[in-house]
Design a binder for this molecule. Structure first.
Ligand code: PGA
Length: 253
């Protein structure tokens, strides 16, 4: 059965003391069930510390190197992340694709590194505003999933979560409507089925990301093919983030 997941992507925000304060506020054991997997993606330098003090949260990395260990100054490898107890990694986020020129071939090397080092992957896909307006969005998402599938064996899908993040909705305050999100998620599920089989596809968690907040979370999470959210801005506010987690906990489908 697929899992419900809320993941907070802190991006490049928060000083050391601010990060500690926020983590303490969200990781208090005040969630009444463990049905929802809760993950924080802090900046790299805070990962080790949070792994040591975490209670309910799992910790993920926002990035990993496409290389294995060696002479790659400034890089952090999948094996290093695994060795400190990091469990998840984000790959394919639109900000990495856009600002750091992460092409499909780089992303496939990263996927390989993550899987070899037993990291679970939240793989992000999404269309631009222009692709949405010209009705090219389904094609774009299918291409991204085709590329991803080239790096995966059927068994690898157990370690993959897909996050649909329309680029026009990230950090903009514009949210895709529940109808738009369900339409896309149903397509993603169907595409995964074509790439694998219905059982495998049915077990992959699909997250929505893009200006998700306490006011819109409920209607988004009620969509049949939405299994949770990848939260940016709202994950930097303990009250908002906890509220989003509780919303998913109380959503029954
Ligand atoms: P947002 O970011 O919630 O601030 O739109 C989501 C993301 O980039 O993962």
């Amino acid at each position: 059965m697929r899992k419900k997941i809320i993941a907070g992507n802190w991006k490049m925000n928060l000083s050391s003391s601010e990060a500690d304060e926020l983590f303490k506020a969200i990781d208090d054991p005040h969630y009444d069930n463990n049905e929802v997997i809760k993950i924080i993606f802090p900046p790299h330098i805070y990962i080790d510390r949070f792994i040591k003090k975490r209670k309910e949260f799992k910790i993920g990395a926002q990035n990993l190197s496409s290389y294995n260990n060696g002479a790659y100054t400034g890089e952090i490898s999948g094996s290093m992340l695994h060795s400190i107890g990091c469990e998840y990694v984000l790959i394919g986020h639109s900000e990495r694709r856009l600002y750091f020129d992460e092409t499909e071939s780089i992303l496939s090397l990263k996927v390989k590194q993550a899987l070899e080092n037993k990291l679970k992957i939240i793989f992000c896909i999404g269309e631009t505003k222009q692709e949405r307006e010209s009705n090219q969005f389904i094609n774009k998402l299918q291409l991204q999933l085709n590329q991803l599938s080239k790096s995966l064996s059927p068994k690898d899908y157990e370690n993959i979560v897909i996050a649909y993040e329309p680029i026009w909705a990230i950090g903009t305050g514009l949210t895709a409507t529940p109808n738009q999100v369900e339409e896309v998620h149903a397509h993603i599920r169907k595409k995964l089925e074509d790439l694998t089989d219905s059982k495998t596809a049915g077990n992959v968690s699909l997250l929505y990301g893009g200006s998700c907040n306490p006011s819109n979370a409920k209607t988004l999470f009620e969509c049949p093919n939405v299994d949770g959210g990848l939260i940016g801005g709202a994950s930097l506010n303990a009250v908002d983030f906890s509220s989003i987690i509780k919303t998913l906990q109380s959503t029954h489908k």
